[in-house]
Write a protein that binds this ligand. Structure first.
Ligand code: EPU
Length: 339
């Protein structure tokens, strides 16, 4: 068991802020979890993967942290059209996507360049460009903290929703995800190119019958053009979720802003892009001190220098406040806040 004390988490956090953690355990294999958990005892602890969606509000953290660093990718079962492939929780998400494409698999391509590790992907059901993890996930393996045994949760048991799953609700704090198994196609790939930006990029490149690799390449290009690289500019991707409002409220907004982009949601509800709302409030490219809303994507809050977690959160609160004043919509953070 590898433990560290007074360890600066900065290089594990995509916001790139300094956080001194009192007690950190590196988990390189699920077999180590029992010993780590017995050291932690009854105390609350935090699990940290790629640190790409978490914001520590304070510069010190005293509860124990388990850093997930397990590796391994293995084909578990092979069928005519698809394979079931298991990825360890500590594998990097994007490197896993590139691996799958190199092997000739389809399924992960639309989720190219999403930061973070495999183990975090099911928690918020990561999604981009018309595909969500739930569309390719077979099952999740996790350690049940009561019985200290590994359990398997099939896709339907994960209760996936938009940026949501059972791991954020009933199973929060009750399991540690150790690996996921994806169903990846070997032929007859079901490609999703419905998203406008993908279609136009493919047309621009004169690609008529795209392969998973073509789609991945195009998505990498799109994301690189508007989302800042956390290694260069600290950020946690979309800071807020896209809000869902009722039809009446939407009509009122549309009355004043006829061009408001919108997508149908459950029932008669409507989903609005948080980026557009924030942009309308004048935040795009606006920097206050060390923090700002990115110039190409207003929804991404960026650490331009040595911002603390508190400064980043204060900026987010200002953004939230002005969107509420202008649209009567309370934006809900997508980023996990650690107090
Ligand atoms: N827009 C603006 N101003 C901006 C940016 C965008 O008005 O500064 C408008 C765009 O014109 C567009 C709309 O907002 O009409 C939506 O923008 P975009 O297509 O960039 O997507 P998004 O809704 O902001 C979501 C995900 C992203 C994901 C993209 C692509 C959420 C909260 N975010 O962003 O996920 O990559 O779609 O599928 O659902 C993440 O979760 O960290 C993330 C980056």
């Amino acid at each position: 068991m590898h433990s560290l004390s007074n360890y600066n988490l900065r290089k594990h956090l995509s916001f790139g802020n300094d956080v001194i953690a009192s007690e950190v355990y590196k988990m390189t294999h699920p077999g180590e979890l029992v010993a780590i958990l017995s050291n932690i005892g009854e105390r609350d602890f935090l699990i940290l993967g790629g640190g790409s969606n978490v914001l520590f509000l304070d510069h010190q953290y005293s509860s124990p942290i388990i850093l997930i660093q397990s590796n391994g990718i293995e084909v578990k079962q092979s069928y005519d059209d698809y394979d079931l492939v298991e990825f360890a929780a500590g594998e990097n998400w994007h490197q896993s996507v590139l691996w799958s494409i190199d092997q000739g698999y389809g399924g992960m391509e639309n989720l190219s360049l999403i930061p973070g590790l495999i183990g975090a992907a099911p928690i918020q059901n990561i999604g981009a460009y018309g595909v969500e993890l739930k569309d390719i996930l077979h099952c999740v393996w996790a350690m049940d903290l009561d019985s200290k045994t590994l359990i398997c949760l099939h896709n339907s048991e994960c209760e996936f929703g938009y940026r949501d799953s059972v791991f954020k609700r009933a199973l929060k704090g009750k399991v540690i995800i150790t690996s996921i198994v994806l169903k990846l196609s070997k032929n007859n790939h079901r490609l999703n190119i419905s998203y406008g930006a993908i279609t136009s990029k493919l047309e621009e490149k004169k690609i008529k019958n795209p392969t998973p690799k073509d789609i991945s390449d195009v998505i990498i290009e799109i994301r690189k053009s508007k989302l800042p690289d956390p290694k260069v500019l600290g950020n946690g991707g979309s800071f807020f979720k896209n809000p869902i409002i009722n039809n009446q409220h939407f009509s009122e907004i549309q009355h004043s802003y006829s061009e408001v982009p919108n997508y149908p949601a459950k029932g008669t509800n409507v989903k609005l892009p948080a980026a557009w709302l924030i942009d309308q409030c004048g935040w795009k490219g606006k920097q206050i001190g060390n923090v700002g809303c990115h110039q190409h994507q207003a929804l991404v809050i960026v650490n331009y220098g040595n911002a603390t977690g508190e400064e980043i959160w204060n900026h987010a609160l200002k953004v939230q406040d002005s969107v509420f004043k202008q649209f009567r919509i309370k934006l809900d953070p997508e980023v996990n806040l650690i107090k």
